[in-house]
Ligand binder design. Structure first.
Ligand code: HEC
Ligand code: HEC
Ligand code: HEC
Length: 112
């Protein structure tokens, strides 16, 4: 009986986690004239071992609210280590904006 309870509680946790992960978008697109930024939510998640708390709600709301990383915000965000620049800043764990525009901003190919 005790084993069954442990098994059921475990099963419930697995189902709850899968349901939660299923809620998470795979990619999110931020539109920009410089070339849209496709944010790979799934890949970023994997890198932090699915610890949602690394970003939600400390850095971003769990919704599509403004992320405060608009034009002219890259440098101030890097200085304050907020939004995407919490990690993407000089000397950070991910590439900074300087000289890396096209790692995030990808122009659609002509005709596409
Ligand atoms: C490395 C940062 C990061 C991590 C970790 C992360 N997210 Fe997100 N998430 C984002 C960003 C950025 C957005 C977009 C926010 C915005 O547009 O305002 C977002 C948006 C979302 C949205 C809203 C999508 C929509 O279209 O409305 C959901 C739901 C979500 N995340 C769930 C999760 C869950 C569940 C986890 C953990 C399994 C997680 N996120 C982990 C960065 C992250
Ligand atoms: C929790 C830290 C963290 C946050 C927050 C974060 N990133 Fe990243 N990002 C990384 C890491 C780590 C890499 C891989 C290392 C590298 O390429 O420098 C990466 C890589 C990328 C890449 C290359 C493709 C890929 O996923 O491998 C893009 C594009 C990118 N990030 C965009 C963004 C955008 C846009 C935001 C904000 C909406 C953001 N990141 C927020 C840590 C982060
Ligand atoms: C880490 C990813 C990342 C890098 C690197 C990056 N950007 Fe961005 N940029 C974004 C995101 C995400 C947005 C959209 C923000 C939003 O919707 O609030 C954006 C928005 C912008 C905007 C506003 C676009 C518009 O059409 O309203 C400009 C301008 C811009 N970036 C310029 C640059 C320049 C110039 C560089 C290189 C020096 C650069 N960015 C590097 C992620 C990045």
């Amino acid at each position: 009986m005790k084993h069954l309870t442990v098994f059921l509680v475990g099963l419930f946790l697995v189902v709850a986690l899968v349901a939660l992960a299923a809620d998470a978008p795979k990619t999110l697109v931020f539109e920009s004239k410089l070339g849209n930024v496709t944010y790979d939510h799934a890949k970023h998640n994997e890198r932090v071992k699915n610890d949602c708390k690394v970003c939600h709600d400390k850095l971003f709301p769990q919704s599509r609210a403004p992320i405060n990383f608009k034009a002219g915000m890259h440098k101030p965000a890097e200085a304050a280590k907020t939004s995407c620049a919490a990690c993407h800043h000089p000397g950070g764990e991910a590439f900074e904006s300087k000289a890396n525009c096209n790692k995030c901003h990808v122009k659609a190919k002509a005709g596409a």
